[in-house]
Design a protein around this ligand. Structure first.
Ligand code: UD1
Length: 417
């Protein structure tokens, strides 16, 4: 296993390019199961999660080739209907093959994802959406077993907007008979990206980007090519890296319009953020102001940026209240940040962060993807060395983060543990 070692105290300067979005690539890869044929996906990030989804498609019978930043997928021979436990347990997003397999074959067996490092993450919305579209769903030996003749369009209402369930419902409904309306749908940019891809495959979808998506089912879809949108969470993480080090970084290849909430909050901390040549220049404040943050579904502040923002608030000038309304206990990074000297109290889904003047490097453990990023960010400003172990989490979602940070001037390296 690898660890990342950061020596704090360097101001980040220079230019960094953002990779394609993991959370857009994964459902789009799953969507290739909806139609036989050859696909090319471009601007795909080189990440463990992407390879896991590639492996899943192979197990389902597809030919998958990973190139530098593109993937070719051939689903001509896809006949398998089972997403096995061994792969689903590695990556919760595997659940998004449920809708496509069911819609295509009339039967799907997908392992239940099981636990997560930070609290229960149920899949009941996914199951209910398939039932609403007419599938009979049972749970057998740890597997979701869904069956139908042909899915039938219906109105699906989500209690809270779920990204994954909206995606699953959209994919399944694309091949259903008749019209489906998804109410209280998620509005994340990744939903729009998937809807755009499905449209290029021949699907008839309107309303993506709003909370009401309408899908007129078609009899057949066709293979298509696609360019994956930039990763707004990676962009946000580099914005915080610039801010926390009081640096001056030009972030290119990103969609600034997908990052409005994070940009707004960082400006409140005193960061200077300006658009420059299609990118974003972020100049960090000398000492960040403490700013309260509440996570919310898009276009609100993303839960996937909560840990990184907390790292910044750990060295801010007074007290910040950070509330996560999406997940009840996504605070596994708190005890580790405290090992670096942060002063944080957690009461249920609320973290109260009293900024300190400086953090001090220590050995810490990455507990999940975004927590790992937060610890590296904190390490950038901690005195001495911070050793972040179990960094396999970071390889699931950040492409070459240590290389990109080193190019900006950070003293950071990867070592075998
Ligand atoms: C996606 C993202 C993840 C991000 C999350 C919230 C991907 C691959 N992952 O995850 O990085 O943190 O959105 O922005 O895109 N819920 C239920 N029942 C369900 C499904 C969800 O109760 O069946 C709840 C969840 O517990 C959570 C909320 O709905 O409280 C939103 O979760 P959801 O949007 O579904 O997250 P994911 O799609 O799993």
């Amino acid at each position: 296993m690898d660890k990342i070692i950061v020596e704090g105290g360097r101001r980040l300067e220079g230019e960094v390019r953002i990779s394609g979005a993991k959370n857009a690539a994964l459902p789009i890869m799953a969507a290739t199961l909806l139609a036989r044929g050859a696909y090319t996906l471009r601007n795909v990030p080189s990440l463990v999660d992407v390879r896991t989804m590639g492996e899943m498609l192979r197990v389902l019978g597809a030919g998958v080739e990973h190139h530098d930043h593109s993937i070719t997928i051939d689903t001509t021979g896809c006949e398998a209907r089972e997403a096995p436990y061994e792969l689903v347990k590695q990556m919760r997003a595997s659940i998004c093959v449920l809708g496509p397999i069911l819609a295509r074959h009339g039967v799907a067996r997908v392992s239940l994802p099981g636990g997560c490092a930070w609290g229960p993450r149920p899949v009941d919305f996914h199951i209910r959406a398939m039932e609403t579209l007419g599938a009979k769903v049972t749970l057998e030996h740890g597997y979701i077993v869904a069956e139908c003749e042909r899915l039938k369009g219906a109105t699906i209402h989500f209690d809270t907007p779920s990204v994954g369930a909206t995606e699953n419902a959209m994919m399944a409904a694309s091949l259903a008979e008749g019209t489906t309306t998804i109410e209280n749908a998620a509005r994340e940019p990744e939903i729009g990206a998937l809807a755009g891809f499905l449209r290029s495959m021949g699907a008839r979808i309107t309303g993506d980007g709003t909370d009401r998506i309408v899908i007129d089912g078609v009899d057949e879809l066709f293979a298509a090519d696609v360019e994956i949108i930039p990763d707004r969470i990676e962009a946000g993480t580099f914005m915080v890296a610039a801010a926390i080090t009081g640096g001056d970084v030009l972030i290119t290849g990103m969609r600034t319009d997908h990052c409005s909430a994070v940009i707004g909050k960082l400006k409140e901390t005193g960061a200077e953020i300006t658009e420059e040549g299609g990118g974003l220049r972020v100049k960090g404040p000398v000492w960040a102001r403490s700013v309260n943050v509440t996570t919310a579904p898009y276009p609100g502040f993303p839960t996937d940026m909560q840990a990184q923002f907390m790292a910044l608030m750990s060295v801010a000038d007074s007290t910040a209240v950070i509330t996560d309304t999406i997940y009840a206990d996504r605070f596994a990074h708190v005890p580790e940040l405290k090992r670096l000297g942060a002063r944080i109290r957690v009461d249920r889904n609320v973290g109260v962060v009293n900024g300190v003047k400086r953090l001090s490097g220590a050995r810490v453990m990455a507990t999940d993807l975004r927590a790992s990023a937060a610890l590296i960010l904190a390490g950038l400003v901690a005195e001495g060395e911070t050793h972040v172990s179990r960094v396999y989490h970071i390889d699931r979602g950040y492409e070459k983060i240590e290389k990109k940070l080193a190019e900006l001037g950070a003293r950071i390296r990867r070592e075998r543990e």
